[in-house]
Design a protein around this ligand. Structure first.
Ligand SMILES: Cc1cc2nc3c(=O)[nH]c(=O)nc-3n(C[C@H](O)[C@H](O)[C@H](O)COP(=O)(O)OP(=O)(O)OC[C@H]3O[C@@H](n4cnc5c(N)ncnc54)[C@H](O)[C@@H]3O)c2cc1C
Length: 444
């Protein structure tokens, strides 16, 4: 049996980018993926490239290969560039792109909203075809000599001082693969890290069940907008979201419901589309496609390596690292492994980047709590009052789940004296909210 320099579990953005850059450095690489065809989405992702400056430590540049068509998006035969301005990698992406220029968070009955947009209308995100991009990276990786072993699940890794044994199963047949180093890029389920005991110190916060329904014929839908609906009148503690439909069908709306076992997403969908203040939008709408996924929030790994194994991307994260974050992790991981094989502390260097780059490794977690724990902590009427303070304000275009709530609260805090005077009930809640913990907010 041949001994690989590097085995990678998972051909998501993290694993594929590791494979590409490790193979370019001359390493003998095996890439193991449980799915048959990565050009088809199986786990839902809303598929945006996020352009926020210094988002998770990087600014991603997208250079479309064609101008916008008459519908306002870029056709699928366009050859585009995606570039990391901080780390220097570049990808060619042939496929459609739709600009996202406005983000609206509505209070009850669509009365008031928080609005994010750039004054010059430049997009802050592009909707794209993620599965198409992954297939295109794989097409680059194969000629580099990487052994791509798909339809194969790695169910256990055993680390020895000199090599790692990977126990795999493919079509019911079990086999063992050997490599000097292993990169676990198996996503949020983190099965490989689990089998090595690397998840033991991680705190489990909560699970979220996500349902995404692509719908045609939705009234008032604009593919350029990302909208969130805050209030129990919309049926859920987690704001139902509406964003751009999939590449090939940007004219469809993407209706996203986040629930949990006691508040199932289909029930939320029924309420949101039939009984909420936006039900009128769905009167003539048709369901075209449905996707779902489960997300578990564990505290991030502070030390994402153990022995010969490095966990990257979502496998080591608190919330999603996003495709662009996973691409960065893969880029660093290839270098880290090459250094380790050369007797240098590559994994330690990777860890330093990991801790410094991703906001969820520091105060980002608390910012998410404060920003998104609006419902049911505040009543619908109280959210309406808070959002009324944003009337006439357009905040800078931002996608970031860390930055946007900070920006919103910064605007609201400009009215502290007024809130204290007019609404001491709300002021008391704002003060108390600062002391809340992440698990408090997520367990509601
Ligand atoms: C609701 C939602 C919306 C999102 N929206 C966006 C967005 O708009 N933009 C964005 O950039 N990101 C978004 N993300 C996040 C993004 O999907 C992830 O952060 C990113 O894909 C992580 O990449 P990864 O390579 O670490 O893991 P993954 O993409 O999860 O890839 C892991 C791969 O490993 C394979 N695998 C798993 N276990 C095994 C095993 N045991 N053996 C073999 N193979 C295995 C899987 O099949 C998969 O191909 C979203 C996520 C969710 C849940």
């Amino acid at each position: 049996m041949s001994l690989y320099d590097l085995a990678i579990v998972g051909a998501g953005p993290g694993g594929l980018h590791t494979a590409k850059w490790a193979a370019k450095k001359g390493l003998k690489v095996a890439l193991i993926e449980k799915r048959k065809d990565i050009s088809k989405m199986t786990r839902y992702c809303s598929e945006h490239i996020i352009l926020d400056e210094n988002y998770n430590g990087d600014t991603i540049i997208v250079e479309p290969g064609k101008p916008l068509n008459e519908k306002g998006w870029i056709d699928e035969d366009s050859v585009n560039k995606i570039r990391s301005s901080r780390w220097g990698w570049e990808l060619t992406y042939k496929g459609a792109l739709c600009p996202v220029r406005d983000k609206y968070y509505y209070s009850r009955n669509l009365k008031h909203h928080a609005h994010y947009a750039w004054p010059d209308r430049r997009p802050f995100a592009w909707k794209y075809d993620k599965a198409g991009l992954l297939q295109q990276i794989l097409d680059e990786v194969l000629p580099l000599g990487v052994d791509y072993i798909n339809e194969t699940t790695c169910y256990q890794a055993i680390d020895n001082p000199s090599k790692v044994l990977l126990k795999c199963v493919s079509h019911g047949k079990r086999f063992t693969l050997e490599a000097k180093k292993l990169v676990a890029a198996d996503g949020a389920s983190a099965q490989v890290a689990q089998s090595l005991g690397m998840n033991e110190d991680r705190v489990y916060f909560a699970s979220a069940l996500t349902l995404a329904v692509y719908m045609s014929g939705v009234k008032d839908y604009s593919p350029e907008q990302w909208c969130g609906y805050w209030g129990l009148c919309y049926g859920s503690n987690f704001a139902p979201l509406m964003g751009t439909g999939p590449a090939g069908h940007f004219e469809w709306a993407d209706v996203i419901l986040i629930g949990h076992p006691k508040q199932m997403p289909w029930d939320l969908y029924e309420f949101f589309t039939k009984k909420s203040p936006v039900a009128y939008m769905f009167e003539n709408a048709k369901i075209e496609q449905c996707h779902s996924c489960m997300t578990k929030a564990f505290s991030p790994m502070k030390k994402p390596y153990k022995g010969n194994v490095l966990a990257i991307g979502d496998a080591a994260a608190f919330v999603e690292v996003q495709a662009q974050g996973a691409l960065n992790c893969g880029f660093w991981a290839a270098e880290a492994v090459a250094k380790e094989l050369d007797g240098k502390p590559g994994f330690e260097e990777y860890t330093e980047k990991w801790l410094k780059t991703f906001e969820f490794n520091d105060d980002g977690m608390m910012q998410v709590t404060t920003g998104y724990a609006l419902i049911p902590y505040y009543t619908d009427e109280q959210v309406e009052y808070l959002f009324s303070l944003l009337d006439g304000v357009t905040m800078d275009g931002s996608w970031s789940q860390y930055q946007s709530p900070r920006m919103m609260w910064r605007e609201i805090h400009k009215h502290d004296e007024r809130i204290k005077k007019e609404r001491p009930d709300i002021w008391e809640k704002i003060v108390k909210q600062q002391a809340r913990t992440l698990s408090d907010s997520m367990s509601q």
